[in-house]
Design a protein around this ligand. Structure first.
Ligand SMILES: Cc1cc2nc3c(=O)[nH]c(=O)nc-3n(C[C@H](O)[C@H](O)[C@H](O)COP(=O)(O)OP(=O)(O)OC[C@H]3O[C@@H](n4cnc5c(N)ncnc54)[C@H](O)[C@@H]3O)c2cc1C
Length: 503
């Protein structure tokens, strides 16, 4: 295809879209405001360690997995440094309320059995619940990279149920309902609002086998960047797009902070749409109702992160992710600011490429509402004031107290701690309120949260976590949707399936 595309934003969405388009001969330019590409894939160096920022556990990368198949098609799988989580335990949960641990096992039957060990009278219900989870996902062509034949997809009756009602439909034990909802912060879950299909997708991705990046998630961002460059594209870093020029209701070029102009046949917005619209020289090319609608969609909650350097040989490497949870009845309250903090968090020891018996670092991700940092929202990095620093120190202490509940000598293992708040995420990625998962999905009004990748401007497209699904398991699928909006319906899916058949 003898065409060109300029992509605004070099996160997972911008890079994947760029990689697929450049493989199809489109001349791609990706523009990233930060000094390094990756967005949520970025890592940073502190205390002599590499810490990842927004990609700790990834789904779909085991052989046959959907994201793995896209990477196979691009020919980049061999360059990825992955460590499979488990193999037996994928997640370990601790509920402080009754000091109980729950083990979550990999594999559909093993998942059921691992929970039935704690809730024997719920075994039959767990089987029905898992059948329902898999039925929801089986109906999603895109999850399996199947070419789409229906214009109006038909889904199971559970698809659009609120997630908490979905779990309660199959599980009668109140504690087990909460245990099954443990991963809801990973999709910004809200009771009565988050659609069941999001929960089902995440569950299947994890039960089929999650992975972690070894040596830093930034290596994968670099792989995608190399791919684009080897296919004749350009990846510009350290230069934000500040204006988008239009003419006759088409995007003609983008202008960067360093006053460079990039012209292209297509423009792809791979950033939060609410940050993109003000860059248009003539906002009226997009209907006001559309811009207002996208501006008003609530975003998911954010997170407070601790990046901990551990003392040498003090804490064993964990080949699973672990969760500290406070109370069972607070499992859906992570997005609230009036329920105390932290209500719970995920902690994990990121693997090195050559991982030994002991971990050198730990990352703690504790969901947090934007309300907690609202009073500093007009400040910028390095200039937030002493009260902010003191508040962050207090948050870190609370997390360390919780960790000490599980591991009595934990504080003795800690050499140094770096903290990041929702403000850090907002300023780093340019996402409203530091949202972890982009727009908050709402089963009561799906039109609000299923943003199409096409726009009224014929050569302007959207991609990234705000369009459909967030995360490693979702953003590459939307990248395919965006590319197919340019290349043709099922074009990329047919290529992937044809490649696998040796065509
Ligand atoms: C703390 C945290 C933990 C997470 N953990 C996981 C996890 O374990 N597993 C998982 O699958 N997902 C996880 N996620 C979600 C995941 O990181 C995101 O869904 C994903 O990275 C989104 O990709 P994206 O390309 O849509 O957006 P982003 O990664 O935000 O990329 C957007 C890019 O655009 C750039 N940009 C913004 N404005 C401009 C401009 N004007 N000009 C040029 N560039 C611009 C930004 O700097 C950024 O690099 C986590 C998120 C957070 C915040």
């Amino acid at each position: 295809m003898n065409k060109s595309a300029v992509i605004v934003g070099g996160g997972l969405g911008g890079l994947f879209t760029g990689a697929i388009l450049s493989k199809e001969g489109v001349k791609v330019t990706v523009i990233e405001k930060n000094a390094t590409v990756g967005g949520g894939l970025q890592s940073f160096s502190r205390f002599g360690e590499i810490f990842d920022t927004g990609m700790h556990v990834i789904g779909g990368m085991n052989p046959g997995g959907n994201i793995r198949r896209i990477c196979d098609y691009l020919g980049i799988t061999d360059r990825m440094h992955l460590k499979e989580i488990g193999p037996e335990t994928i997640d370990l949960l601790y509920f402080a309320e009754d000091k109980r641990f729950y083990r979550i096992a990999k594999g559909r039957n093993e998942f059921v059995e691992s929970l039935a060990a704690s809730f024997p009278d719920q075994r039959a219900n767990l089987v029905k619940y898992m059948d329902a989870v898999y039925k929801i996902v089986d109906g999603m062509d895109m999850f399996f990279l199947r070419p789409v034949s229906d214009f109006v997809p038909v889904h199971s009756g559970d698809f659009m149920l609120p997630v908490d009602s979905f779990i309660a439909k199959y599980i009668s034990d109140a504690h087990l309902r909460s245990v099954l909802a443990y991963a809801n912060p990973l999709y910004g879950g809200y009771p009565g609002k988050t659609p069941a299909f999001i929960h089902a997708l995440l569950t299947v991705l994890y039960v089929n086998g999650p992975n972690r990046f070894a040596g830093g998630s930034y290596l994968f961002a670099e792989t995608l960047r190399d791919f684009i460059e080897k296919h004749g594209g350009e990846v510009v870093v350290g230069d934000a797009v500040v204006r988008v020029n239009t003419e006759n209701r088409l995007v003609t070029s983008v202008i960067t902070r360093k006053d460079r102009e990039f012209k292209a046949d297509f423009c792809i917005c791979a950033i939060y749409p609410g940050s993109f619209f003000p860059l248009l020289d003539d906002a009226s090319v997009l209907p006001k109702s559309y811009r207002t609608r996208l501006d008003q969609i609530p975003v998911s909650y954010s997170a407070f992160t601790l990046s901990i350097k551990l003392k040498k040989n003090s804490f064993r490497y964990m080949d699973y992710s672990a969760y500290y949870m406070g109370r069972y009845d607070r499992i859906w309250d992570f997005g609230r600011s009036d329920a105390g903090w932290p209500l719970g968090f995920m902690y994990m020891t990121p693997p090195e490429i050559e991982q030994g018996e002991y971990a050198s670092k730990m990352i703690v991700t504790a969901p947090m509402s934007w309300d907690y940092v609202k009073r500093w929202e007009d400040t910028c990095v390095g200039h937030r004031g002493k009260d902010y620093e003191e508040w962050k120190r207090m948050c870190a202490e609370r997390i360390l107290d919780c960790m000490t509940e599980i591991y009595r000598g934990f504080r003795d293992c800690v050499e140094a701690v770096n903290t990041a708040s929702p403000l850090t995420i907002r300023d780093y990625y340019g996402i409203k309120e530091g949202a972890m998962c982009g727009y908050s999905k709402d089963c009561n009004n799906m039109i609000l949260s299923q943003v199409p990748v096409v726009t009224k401007v014929k050569n302007l497209f959207l991609t990234g976590q705000n369009c459909r699904l967030h995360g490693f398991g979702g953003v590459p699928l939307t990248a395919i949707n965006t590319c197919e909006a340019i290349l043709g319906r099922n074009y990329v899916l047919d290529k992937i399936n044809g490649f696998e058949k040796g065509l």
